[in-house]
Design a protein around this ligand. Structure first.
Ligand code: HEC
Length: 110
């Protein structure tokens, strides 16, 4: 009996640990997945712009020109669109757009 309860405790501990690890990295993973699915075809997997994005006038996300823009400006462009950039208002949740802005910031640090 004692052995079983120790085992159960271990399993619970393990499960809790796993959930904590998964939920803390879930945000970053979500943004990366969304970016890959919806943005990378124009902005490139590394944010520097794909052939298609460059042709349409998308700037390199890792450049100072884009990084000097405020979070509010980046959010607005993603929400409302700009030039050939499609608007994602209603297609992505506010929280998803916020995560994407953070993801774009992260691209510059690599
Ligand atoms: C159909 C191609 C296309 C797709 C898909 C696309 N973009 Fe863009 N994006 C552009 C173009 C082109 C611009 C430049 C707009 C301009 O300045 O006229 C741009 C500009 C931006 C900017 C502003 C940077 C700047 O140069 O001022 C941000 C931020 C951005 N896009 C984020 C995203 C995100 C996040 C996604 C995915 C949810 C996405 N884009 C999907 C084409 C695209």
């Amino acid at each position: 009996m004692k052995l079983i309860s120790i085992r159960m405790g271990l399993v619970t501990l393990l499960a809790c640990g796993l959930i904590a690890v998964c939920s803390s990295s879930a945000v970053a993973q979500d943004a990366a997945a969304t970016y890959k699915a919806k943005c990378a075809m124009c902005h490139g997997p590394d944010g520097k712009g794909s052939a298609m994005g460059v042709k349409m006038g998308a700037r390199d996300f890792t450049s100072a020109d884009v990084q000097k823009l405020s979070d509010a400006q980046l959010t607005e462009t993603i929400t409302k669109g700009k030039g050939k950039m499609p608007a994602y208002d209603g297609k992505l949740k506010d929280t998803e757009i916020k995560d994407l802005v953070a993801y774009i910031r992260g691209l510059a640090k690599k």
